[in-house]
Design a protein around this ligand. Structure first.
Ligand SMILES: [Zn+2]
Length: 343
């Protein structure tokens, strides 16, 4: 092992921020004290999945995660027979999912040094599946570990929590994200916008960095223009488009759209209350924002923010997508003067 690998493996260095989590995992690797189960918790896109994959690679690599040996290569490409990722239904982890973990854990190691099973996400284990998982954790097979990916460890039963090692992941600084994006070749303004939109979670940018992401952003700006022009016809058209796109890309897509709308209203609030044009999420659209802020009252903007956040809650609870969108846009339109609404 080279001297640099003693400080940190190649793969671990690729995780942005998360010094505390990396230190904890690195110490476990160095001291060969691996817990039978881990709970990697933190917000969406913060790096929990990447860290789980890198940890599995490091455990099975002679150089603790070189990233290029056959074992690392297989794990990074989902082809290693001893490392499995289980993706249950988000809302209900069925007993079959946990039995699958049980079956995998009972297998002999095929070619690796450690068997790793990642349950992603593990937040919605019901009572039966929790108890089944608990049985595995009570008698863990040697050289095996389960990684539970979670938003919040308190979503899991205390009995499961007590048998697993918590590993916390936190949003990283926006400046750090902006610098990384600049290194990736993004222009200053785009890097600035994306870093702010990431809310400190680099993984949230996956969709946005792509051409598709740029397209989505343009869609959102079109909707905002239609809302500010009180054009019901256009709002209906765009709502339908968004819903169609979400059928392809999943409901997460709509939530992402709403995140952007919330950020837009945050900028309006910023301009209206602080009279400030700096520190905007949308610096490129400053002119449009200033015009809208002038037309809206502070109360309109506050209400708009509340309605958008309410819509996020409704969408998360499977409300009718198109109706939620249309109703929210019409409410926002009210701020621009209901008398001017045109078809
Ligand atoms: Zn390797």
């Amino acid at each position: 092992m080279t001297a640099s690998l003693l400080t940190q493996s190649f793969l671990f260095k690729k995780i942005l921020g998360q010094e505390q989590a990396k230190r904890l995992l690195w110490n476990a690797l160095k001291n060969k004290r691996i817990a039978p189960a881990y709970i990697f918790y933190g917000p969406e896109g913060v790096g929990r999945r990447l860290a789980a994959r890198f940890f599995a690679a490091a455990l099975n690599c002679a150089e603790l995660g070189c990233g290029v040996c056959p074992s690392c290569h297989k794990i990074l490409n989902d082809q290693h027979p001893d490392v499995s990722f289980i993706y249950p239904e988000v809302k209900d982890i069925k007993i079959e999912n946990v039995r699958e973990i049980q079956r995998m854990m009972s297998l002999k190691l095929y070619e690796g040094k450690w068997r790793i099973v990642v349950l992603d996400p593990a937040d919605s284990l019901n009572e039966t599946s929790s108890n089944c998982l608990l049985k595995i954790l009570e008698e863990p097979p040697a050289f095996s570990s389960i990684i539970l990916i979670s938003r919040n460890p308190y979503n899991l039963l205390p009995t499961i929590q007590s048998r697993a090692q918590d590993v916390a992941f936190y949003p990283v600084s926006l400046l750090q994200i902006e610098q990384t994006l600049r290194e990736e070749g993004f222009e200053q303004e785009q890097a600035h916008f994306l870093s702010r939109a990431s809310l400190g979670c680099f993984g949230r940018l996956e969709g946005l960095k792509s051409a598709k992401g740029k397209e989505n952003r343009e869609q959102i700006l079109k909707i905002l223009t239609a809302v500010s022009q009180s054009s019901v016809k256009k709002v209906l058209q765009y709502s339908e488009k968004l819903v169609l796109a979400s059928r392809e890309q999943g409901r997460e897509y709509l939530l992402e759209v709403f995140d952007f709308l919330v950020l837009w209203y945050r900028d309006l609030l910023w301009i209206k209350s602080q009279g400030c044009e700096e520190g905007l999420f949308y610096p490129v659209e400053k002119k449009e924002l200033m015009q809208q802020a002038q037309r809206l009252s502070l109360k309109d903007i506050q209400s708009g923010l509340i309605w958008l956040l309410e819509a996020v809650g409704l969408l998360k609870h499977n409300a009718h997508a198109e109706l939620t969108l249309v109703a929210t846009f019409l409410r926002l339109m009210g701020g621009f003067g209901t008398k001017e609404i045109s078809l």
